[in-house]
Design a protein around this ligand. Structure first.
Ligand code: SF4
Ligand code: SF4
Length: 285
């Protein structure tokens, strides 16, 4: 592997055939061919995962094994994102998923959607300030914030000065667990169930918020099979879900902006190419 650094996307040089398809897809020109093999320039990579999509056999994400990570901590907290629920067809209630996570071996669950609701509230208050440069750009997606740092640095002042829902959820969950168990923080593990590689990098190297309170990440695709089996075993016995419609809406395109419930105009863009188009237009005023 070419770089076991803070990045979660890696290229396997041994398998690379030097076809340059990934180079054509990379939005930040972070891939170069050296000696007939692709190599990622660490400083330019935003972990968007576009190269994984074009060459799935030759790139992989550095996330933890779902079962192995459970052995690392005395008290394990799962942090499911709002987008986890939409992976399951005909899901009647969030509790089925949350109870499934407990059956896998987690000691508690803390929905990231709960923290998203607090971020929405804080954003509403901040947006009332005329001091924030308009348009304001959400800080929730680490791939977008890294993309701005690498390719559009003059737009950095426009990024909302708030931590992500994932980070807030981890801090709240850990505080709750310390109070409940009396364990030291080092024995409590906050494990994020990640839908994308950029979130993994945000855990290892958060932008602007010191050390992350998230201890590890497991990929949705890796936890899905055991979680689905655990969900089928029995009906949930506890009320675990605490997030409402606003927080769950963050899992959909435009949900974060809709959660502001304000008269502010907004534009939601998904897909790295659309995001780049919007940022380029902003840069050109
Ligand atoms: S990593 Fe894959 S897509 Fe990129 S140059 Fe090598 S073989 Fe081609
Ligand atoms: S993850 Fe994105 S930025 Fe990084 S090398 Fe791949 S395509 Fe380029």
């Amino acid at each position: 592997m070419d770089r076991p650094s803070v990045h979660s996307v890696t290229l396997n040089r041994e398998l690379c055939k030097g076809c340059i398809n990934c180079i054509k897809r990379c939005p930040t020109e972070a891939i170069r061919v050296r000696d007939g093999k692709a190599a990622i320039i660490s400083e330019r990579c935003v972990d968007c995962g576009e190269c994984i999509r074009i060459c799935p056999h030759h790139a992989k994400r550095a996330v933890s094994d779902p079962l192995e990570v459970l052995d690392r901590y005395a008290y394990k907290i799962a942090l499911p994102p709002p987008s986890l629920y939409v992976q399951f067809n005909n899901l009647d209630e969030q509790d089925v998923v949350l109870e499934g996570l407990l059956r896998l071996g987690f000691d508690s669950v803390f929905e990231v959607a709960r923290a998203a609701e607090l971020i929405s509230e804080a954003t509403r208050r901040l947006m009332q300030s005329r001091d924030l440069p308009r348009p304001v750009i959400s800080s929730a997606c680490p791939a977008v914030t890294r993309l701005i740092c690498v390719r559009f640095p003059q737009l950095m002042d426009h990024i909302l000065p708030l931590i992500s829902p994932m980070e807030l959820a981890a801090r709240m969950a850990k505080d709750e667990a310390i109070r409940k168990t009396g364990l030291p923080p080092t024995e409590i593990g906050c494990i994020f169930i990640t839908p994308c590689p950029a979130k993994v990098s945000a855990i290892h190297a958060p932008i602007g918020s010191g050390e992350s309170a998230v201890d590890a990440a497991v990929a949705v695709k890796d936890i899905y099979p055991p979680l689905l089996s655990a969900m089928k075993k029995a009906a949930p016995v506890e009320y675990l879900a605490g997030a409402g419609r606003i927080g769950l809406g963050w899992g959909e395109s435009g949900g974060e902006a809709a959660a502001l419930m304000s008269t502010e105009r907004y534009l939601a863009a998904d897909g790295i190419e659309n995001v780049i188009r919007v940022l380029s237009d902003l840069e050109d005023e």
